[in-house]
Design a protein around this ligand. Structure first.
Ligand code: NAD
Length: 498
């Protein structure tokens, strides 16, 4: 059985804490490896390693640093298929979806190749008599990322690529549920020319995370995961004087106006509601048809589509989605479906008893569809993170708009309509960070930024795009006057531009 340790100082090292955890293969419920859970001392060792490597890396000119990213892209393309299969086997998503997970990460790496341009400072000639003012962006030093199970390639890359492109050293603490792909990505970075120690991967759980949050040499923490943990990490990291950006959970609504193209809408809901078994922070989990007629038409079309969803093992290329990540996740999601029934929602399609023939120990369930869900129900308020779509009926557009606006979460939202005015009004007034207009999963492209609002994010800057370069650098501003310009003697009044 494979033992997954850590990646420190440019190589794999065994864990020494004596604590480890099983890494499952969700499609058949087997244990495929064990992952070491780092102690605080092991985290410290990784930080010391990173701290030693960082100044030399920061002094490499930005174009040469970017070339490491270029080479890394080439290496990932070389082993795209095997990485995708490894990812699918540990996560449970299909191989095609795993390729998307990798690709979305690579797109941010591509963007970060522009680091020499993105890190340029400002210059003002003659800001005062004989005075020039300029600013520059400098790396923070050692920074860390703590990432979730659901995108084990994409989210680590969203953090690693801008951080190292800026000249930082990076400590990654990936999810203990699917650590193999992040470990392999670290090896590929070193093969691409990244100096040893600039990127370290420390596997672990709360003990490792707390050690990162309390380490005085870690300057910034980027987190993605569930909201309670995001809130906790933001609080502890900032209390310790670190920069932090922490992204949390979601409850994404898709509003269907009476004039929406119903074929397009149903396709969108099926893909965005059930793809990756609903284990996406941008999954659509609430459909909001406006008006009874729209709702009846929608539900009538959704039922046969949800009933005919093809659930299968991750390696089955014809499957729509695979198993959930763990048995606990499966039980939790089924528990929410039980709860919805108790709360009085109408369960139109029940996938709780689905069994995958030949894979009886896998963590499968079929798609579930609820109608007549209301805002006071827990299945509406809480993130289920499974293949469960809830229909909440609204009488008017204003009533529909109020739902995402009043919800605790504010990650993504979408409106389906043919009416440009309605779409424009919606985009302007909705209290959510990422908006789709006839686009169900509005994940912004790499050169824009990704981030939710309200309880979906803590901190001010978003992920990737120009914000990532602000997050991973500090600005230094220089005001310079050369001796020939000093003629007036001592100045006792604060200099102004009057
Ligand atoms: P999680 O919060 O359980 O774990 C995320 C990370 O935090 C992991 O590395 C884990 O080891 C660590 N962690 C867990 N418990 C901890 C604790 N008590 N103390 C310190 N660290 C702890 O999340 P998950 O189940 O891996 O991922 C799913 C969640 O992530 C969902 O809520 C989903 O919406 C969210 N997510 C959000 C985004 C976004 O950008 N907003 C993107 C992807 C996923």
């Amino acid at each position: 059985m494979e033992e997954i340790g850590h990646f420190i100082g440019g190589q794999r090292v065994a864990g020494t804490s004596g604590r480890r955890q099983a890494v499952m293969q969700p499609m058949d419920g087997s244990v495929r490896a064990h992952v070491a859970l780092a102690s605080a001392a092991e985290v410290r060792k990784a930080v010391e390693n990173a701290k030693e490597a960082q100044p030399k890396w920061a002094s490499v000119n930005p174009q040469r640093r970017a070339r490491v990213l270029m080479k890394f892209l080439e290496l990932v393309h070389r082993e795209y298929d095997s990485l995708a299969e490894l990812l699918a086997r540990e996560h449970g998503k299909t191989i095609a979806d795993a390729k998307g997970d990798i690709q979305r990460g690579l797109e941010v790496v591509e963007f970060c190749i522009g680091a020499p341009h993105l890190m340029k400072g400002e210059f003002t000639e003659g800001a005062g008599p004989g005075i020039d003012t300029y600013s520059m962006r400098q790396p923070l030093g050692v920074v860390a990322g703590i990432t979730p199970f659901n995108f084990p390639a994409m989210i680590p890359l969203w953090k690693i690529a801008p951080a190292i492109a800026c000249g930082n050293a990076f400590i990654l603490k990936p999810s203990e549920r699917d650590p193999s792909v992040p470990m392999r990505l670290a090896e590929l970075f070193v093969e691409a020319g990244l100096p040893a120690g600039v990127l370290n991967v420390v596997n672990g759980d709360k003990e490792a995370v707390d050690a990162i949050l309390d380490d005085p040499d870690v300057q910034a923490v980027g987190f993605v995961g569930s909201t309670p943990i995001a809130r906790y990490i933001y609080g502890r990291a900032t209390a310790n004087g670190k920069r932090a950006q922490c992204f949390g959970g979601a409850k994404n609504h898709l509003i269907i106006m009476p004039d929406a193209d119903m074929d397009q809408t149903v396709d969108a809901l099926i893909g965005a509601g059930y793809g990756s078994a609903g284990e996406r922070c941008m999954a659509v989990s609430v459909a909001v048809p406006v008006g009874k007629e729209t709702a009846d038409r929608l539900v009538e079309r959704l039922i046969p589509r949800v009933e005919s969803l093809k659930v299968g093992p991750s390696t089955d290329s014809s499957a729509d989605f695979g198993p959930l990540v763990t048995r606990e996740a499966l039980e939790r999601v089924k528990g929410y479906v039980d709860l919805g029934v108790q709360e009085g929602a109408k369960l139109l399609v029940d996938g709780r008893n689905f069994k995958m023939q030949g894979y009886e120990n896998g963590f499968y369930m079929g798609g579930c569809l609820f109608d007549e869900v209301t805002p006071n129900m827990r299945i509406y308020k809480e993130e289920i993170f499974g293949p469960v779509l809830s229909v909440v009926r609204a009488n008017t557009y204003e009533e529909a708009l109020a739902l995402p606006n009043d919800h605790e979460y504010g990650n993504g939202v979408a409106i389906f309509t043919r009416d440009g005015d309605a779409a424009r009004d919606f985009a302007a007034r909705v209290n959510v960070g990422m908006v789709g207009i006839n686009v169900p999963i509005p994940v912004p492209i790499a050169y824009y930024t990704f981030g939710g609002w309200k309880a979906s994010a803590f901190g001010d800057l978003n992920q990737h795009g120009p914000d990532a370069f602000r997050f991973y650098t500090k600005t230094k501003t220089v005001t310079a006057r050369w001796p020939s310009g000093i003629k007036a003697g001592a100045e006792f009044v604060i200099p102004t531009m009057r």
